[in-house]
Design a protein around this ligand. Sequence first.
Ligand SMILES: Nc1ncnc2c1ncn2[C@@H]1O[C@H](COP(=O)(O)OP(=O)(O)O)[C@@H](O)[C@H]1O
Ligand SMILES: [Mg+2]
Length: 291
Amino acid sequence: MNDDIVLSVEHLMMQFGGIKALSDVNLQVRRNQIFALIGPNGAGKTTVFNCLTGFYKASGGRIELNVRGAPTNVIQLLGERFEPTDFVSPARFANRLYYKMFGGTHLVNRAGLARTFQNIRLFREMSVVENLLVAQHMWVNRNLLAGVLNTPGYRKAESDALDHAFYWLEVVDLVDCANRLAGELSYGQQRRLEIARAMCTRPKIICLDEPAAGLNPQETEALSRMIRVLRDQHDLTVVLIEHDMGMVMSISDHIVVLDHGNVIAQGTPQEIRNNPTVIAAYLGADEEEIV
Ligand SMILES: Nc1ncnc2c1ncn2[C@@H]1O[C@H](COP(=O)(O)OP(=O)(O)O)[C@@H](O)[C@H]1O
Ligand SMILES: [Mg+2]
């Protein structure tokens, strides 16, 4: 695989009962790209994210991540660990419970890919900073005994996690809210906290599902700037689902258009803007989707 390609999706298929949400999705994301996935409501965009991030296991096709030196086969990563077995060991049982709650998201996260959700998923009853610590603990795999004994190594890991949390709070401009409950934040602040949480897991690729939804024009502008900072200063690749076409057209390097579970077009913003197939797909869509 070309080293420049950090995420490659081939013949991705996702079926829910009799419904084929994705038929044959092919796409390639290059390193440090801002890559946008667009399309009318119900096109299958979130389903693509759910498959990429291990929230669902795809019904078919291939997803290859290439960010940590060696390629990771995402579907295999999920499949190997969660095949049902006759004998269920306690460790395996715990893994399966976890899988039931979060899908395989944490496994793919460890392989270098993080996400935010279209419907914000924060621990609302925890403080802002606690949300960021929990995210790192899921990633770091704490050693319980070291915690009980409060070893120097453990204390160092704790203080590193706190430093890291505050670093990202600074970037997303939420330091002043560190001790407030996540559920009390405004919508725009919660969206930024989700981005900070994803970044706390030290990803190489971040998938943002409609990050501008519900934001006002100033907040959307600030979000665009932040996405560029992530790409330019943190060596990140950004995969973006977004309905705000002004934002998509201004920040994306490459756009893929989905409709009814298929890729119908791809190219630069300029190419997509003038593509008759894309325009036709959006006709009859809600007015707000095309503004
Ligand atoms: N968990 C699910 N079970 C059944 N159908 C689903 C599920 N998730 C998505 N779908 C269906 O897949 C299609 C694509 O949905 P989605 O990926 O959410 O679209 P988009 O994000 O582009 O608006 C829709 O028809 C939706 O109803
Ligand atoms: Mg969606």
